[in-house]
Design a binder for this molecule. Structure first.
Ligand code: MG
Length: 172
């Protein structure tokens, strides 16, 4: 497969916090009195990572692959979206190099869950824990995040052309 040896992808997502939903971030259920609203399980971090992966290989975005108008994805486990994006990266001849991400939440304080989330992401992505970095920030009490109305997530991934996709030149 032709194409550059390295590609980079960016993802961003936001979901509203509402009562009566579980709070799931990065595939981890976090105890809180509210959860994220959405068609699926509304895992804001997995959605951002899914978009970053799809973006890295030029495969569009999560909304194209899993429309929120499709009843099939109602209350869907977002690990399904992530797995599909990982499969797409592999299908196009790339492996994931590293992932860096930031979760923006005023409450609950997510810094104490960073390690749990990073380990879970390593599991879900099938990559070493050391290649994953999870950061947590507040919204400084301003904007939708700062007022506690929403949680945002950003993700950036580097993908590397995998060995199987490299066309080796023989010298003999
Ligand atoms: Mg989303």
């Amino acid at each position: 497969m032709d194409g550059p040896a390295f590609r980079v992808g960016l993802g961003h997502d936001r979901h509203r916090l509402i009562a009566g939903r579980p709070l799931i971030v990065g595939g981890v259920t976090i105890p809180f009195d509210r959860g994220l609203d959405g068609h699926s399980d509304a895992d804001v971090l997995l959605h951002a990572i899914t978009d970053a992966l799809l973006g890295a290989v030029g495969a569009g975005d999560i909304g194209e692959l899993f429309p929120n108008t499709d009843a099939q994805w109602a209350y869907a486990d977002s690990t399904v979206f992530l797995a599909a994006a990982v499969a797409e990266v592999h299908r196009r001849g790339y492996a994931i190099g590293n992932l860096d991400c930031t979760i923006h939440a005023e409450r609950p304080k997510l810094s104490e869950y960073k390690e749990t989330i990073a380990s879970r992401l390593a599991e879900l992505l099938g990559m070493p824990r050391e290649q994953i970095n999870v950061k947590a920030k507040t919204g400084e009490k301003v904007g939708p995040v700062g007022r506690g109305e929403a949680i945002d997530a950003d993700a950036v991934v580097l993908v590397i052309k995998s060995r199987s996709a490299v066309r080796y030149e023989t010298t003999t």
